[in-house]
Every structure is written in structure tokens, then in C-alpha cells.
Design a protein around this ligand. Structure first.
Ligand code: KG4
Ligand code: ZN
Length: 369
């Protein structure tokens, strides 16, 4: 099956083309069966959505339509192959914005039909955790506790295997990244808010304001909540009844607020990861999603891991935020001979109505939902 190209991977057969358009990044990557990333291209829509301080679904879909083909072409070209050199195409089909998902799926189907190769749908959230496998390989042990903290999701999982995720808990309102984005808006900072808060917080005192850590002290539930923290910040910046022309804090005052918010949000997450490790007895922690790019979170989880004697696996920052390299998870099914065929459909929502145990096990896409 392989073809001579002077690279070591050809002995493993041809690589996979993965496509990711769940939200506001248009991404494509080429990954070998040995999980080597030959190329990874991400076209961000941050500029497009910045003025709205959040993702506008219709704008996102239209931008995906414009970018998907150039992004795929570039990924294939950078990998030094042609389309005929692709073993299969993988595409994120759940969860995400329906219009965005459909653009990636249509492109994937076009390639699968033209080049007569298998097509496999994968779960974006499970893929965030699979990003750990790209850098840490077989060092990862199962079962693990998995934390996915991103702009759309914040969940804790019992990870029995790459495709077997049992949801243990997660946010009951805003996702962690969404809270960072809203806090940045309150403080007059740019979008996406996470990196902005982190940058400004570096010059502030995290003990300047005592903000709430909602649910953190509840040692029963593995649920998280960020909306109360966000509201507390809002009232610190603009107390009820404050004049409309009250200026947004600047300089040291803003840095202290950003640092205090960041500390509270990270403390709340780390408390629940600690609880999840205690409740499950797992000896391994996997972390993924955009918020996992946050240095305070990374350092705090590393410290937690040291304290508990549990190895902590986090992807490099570039593989925390949305990318298609993590679509390498599709190899887990392709190696079993999977082919979802051209009837493959998207599943925009996370299925929480089904028993929570099998929440993400549905990484094997259901057809026509
Ligand atoms: O995983 P991701 O790229 O997209 C989703 O699947 O949602 O995550 C994006 C989120 C945004 O809310 C962004 O503000 C947050 O991740 N984020 C961060 C950092 N970098 C990105 N949050 C905190 N600190 C960061 N350094
Ligand atoms: Zn994501």
C-alpha cells in the first residue's frame, strides 16, 4: 500500500487526512498510522468573531466554506503527498455547530467519493484527549481521568480507552473557556479571552480579590459552575446601580481582577480533577481543550499529579486549542476496518439524554440523527 517517498512512515502504509470544522477553526492534518503528524494546518476565525466577543454560527459556517479547500490543499501539500496517497479521510462529526460541522463533512465526503477511500467520523471531545497520545504515545495508561476544558465543553471523564469515555461530571452552565471569554469582555479585553486574561493576569495579584469557587468545596459532585464567578467579577467591575459612564478598570486594577478571576477558575477546575482522581482511583490524568493551554492550569495540574503520584499528560499548547491532528483518533477505528460510508451524518449536540455512562462512547457515530 505504501509508496516510496524517502520517509520512514511509508512502511506503515499511507496516512490519514483529518478534517476539523466543529466551531471556529478550519483545520486539516495528515497523520500516519504510527501517529506521526506530517502536517497540521489551522485557519483561525478569531479576527472574524472578535467584534462580537464570541462565535457567530452563521459567520463561522460561511468562513469554513471559504477556507476548507485551501486548508485541505495546504495540509496535503505540506505532508509532501497527493490525494491519491491518502489511506482514509476522518472528520469531526460531533459535537459542534451544525452549519460548521456540515462543511467539514461535505468536504470529507467529496474526497472519500472521489478517491474511493474509507471515511470515518470522530468525536471532537474524545479527540481533544487523544491529542495527549500524539506526544506521549504508549506512556498513557487506561483507565485515566480525562479533563476537557474548552470554549464549548468542560467535562470530566473516566477514560477506559481512546474511544471509551464515561462522563463523570462537568459544567452545569458556562464552559471554562466561555467564562474566560466573558470575563475578558467584562474587563474590556479582546477575544478569545483566555489568552488575554492570562497575559494581563501576569502583572496582577491573584489574592487581590476573593472571588467564589462555585461547587469547589462540594466533595460529592463532580460538577462545575462558572456563571456565579463571572457574575461576581461583573459586580466587582460594575456594582449594581453604578453610573453608566463608570470607566472599565485599567492597569494594575485590571491586572488584579484578571489574576483573581483566573486563580478562582483554575482552583475550581483543579478541585474537581482532584476529586475525580480520588473517586475513581485512576493512576493517570489526561488533559485537553483550549483552556489546557493556560500556564496556571498546567502548573496546578502538574503539582496535583506530583502530590498524588499520578502522571499528568497534556498536549503542547498548539494541540490544546482546536486542530485536526487530534483527528488521529480515527486510526483507532480504521485499524478495526471501520468505514462509516457516505451516509455519515453530523450530530451537533452532545447526547446527555442517554445514560451518562455512554456519553462519548458514541464516538462511533450514529447515522442520520
Ligand atoms: O478547544 P478550543 O480551541 O475550542 C473549543 O472546542 O471550544 O477552546 C477555545 C477556548 C476559548 O474559550 C479560549 O478563550 C480558551 O479556549 N483558551 C484559554 C487559553 N487559550 C485558549 N483559556 C485560558 N487560558 C488560555 N491560555
Ligand atoms: Zn475544541
Amino acid at each position: 500500500m505504501g509508496f516510496a517517498c524517502g520517509r520512514e512512515w511509508y512502511t506503515f502504509g499511507m496516512p490519514l487526512l483529518a478534517i476539523e470544522t466543529t466551531c471556529d477553526e478550519t483545520a486539516a492534518a495528515v497523520v500516519t498510522r504510527g501517529r506521526e503528524v506530517l502536517s497540521s494546518v489551522v485557519a483561525s476565525q478569531e479576527q472574524l468573531h472578535a467584534r462580537w466577543r464570541g462565535v457567530v454560527p452563521e459567520l463561522a459556517s460561511r468562513a469554513h466554506v471559504e477556507r476548507i479547500l485551501p486548508v485541505i490543499d495546504e495540509a496535503v501539500a505540506r505532508a509532501g503527498i497527493g490525494f491519491a496517497g491518502i489511506e482514509a479521510v476522518a472528520v469531526a462529526v460531533t459535537p459542534g455547530l451544525v452549519g460548521s460541522l456540515l462543511v467539514g463533512l461535505a468536504a470529507a465526503k467529496g474526497i472519500a467519493a472521489t478517491f474511493r477511500c474509507p471515511i470515518v467520523g470522530y468525536d471532537h471531545v474524545a479527540a481533544h484527549l487523544y491529542a495527549c497520545r500524539l506526544t506521549h504515545g504508549d506512556a498513557i495508561r487506561y483507565p485515566s481521568v480525562g479533563l476537557v476544558a474548552s470554549g464549548g465543553h468542560t467535562s470530566l471523564f473516566l477514560v477506559r480507552g481512546p474511544l471509551e469515555l464515561d462522563r463523570l461530571g462537568g459544567t452545569i452552565d458556562d464552559a471554562a473557556g466561555e467564562a474566560f471569554d466573558k470575563a475578558a469582555a467584562i474587563l474590556g479585553l479582546g477575544y478569545p479571552g483566555g489568552p488575554e486574561i492570562e497575559r494581563v493576569a501576569a502583572g496582577g495579584d491573584p489574592r487581590a480579590h476573593r472571588l467564589p469557587r462555585p461547587l469547589a468545596s462540594d466533595r460529592e459532585r463532580l460538577d462545575l459552575s462558572f456563571s456565579g464567578l463571572k457574575t461576581a467579577l461583573r459586580y466587582l467591575v460594575r456594582p449594581p446601580g453604578a453610573p453608566a459612564d463608570l470607566p472599565t478598570p485599567q492597569g494594575r486594577e485590571r491586572a488584579d481582577l484578571a489574576a483573581s478571576f483566573q486563580q478562582a477558575a483554575i482552583d475550581a477546575i483543579v478541585a474537581k480533577v482532584d476529586l475525580a482522581l480520588a473517586k475513581t482511583g485512576c493512576r493517570c490524568l489526561l488533559v485537553g481543550g483550549g483552556v489546557a493551554a493556560n500556564t496556571l492550569l498546567r502548573d496546578s495540574l502538574d503539582e496535583l499529579g506530583r502530590r498524588r503520584g499520578v502522571p499528568v499528560f497534556m498536549p503542547p499548547r498548539s494541540l490544546c486549542t482546536d486542530n485536526a491532528a487530534m483527528g488521529a483518533i480515527a486510526w483507532e477505528r480504521l485499524e478495526q476496518g471501520a468505514d462509516d460510508g457516505l451516509a455519515l451524518d453530523v450530530r451537533p449536540g452532545t447526547d446527555r439524554s442517554a445514560a451518562r455512562r455512554s456519553d462519548v462512547r458514541s464516538a462511533e457515530p450514529r447515522q442520520g440523527v
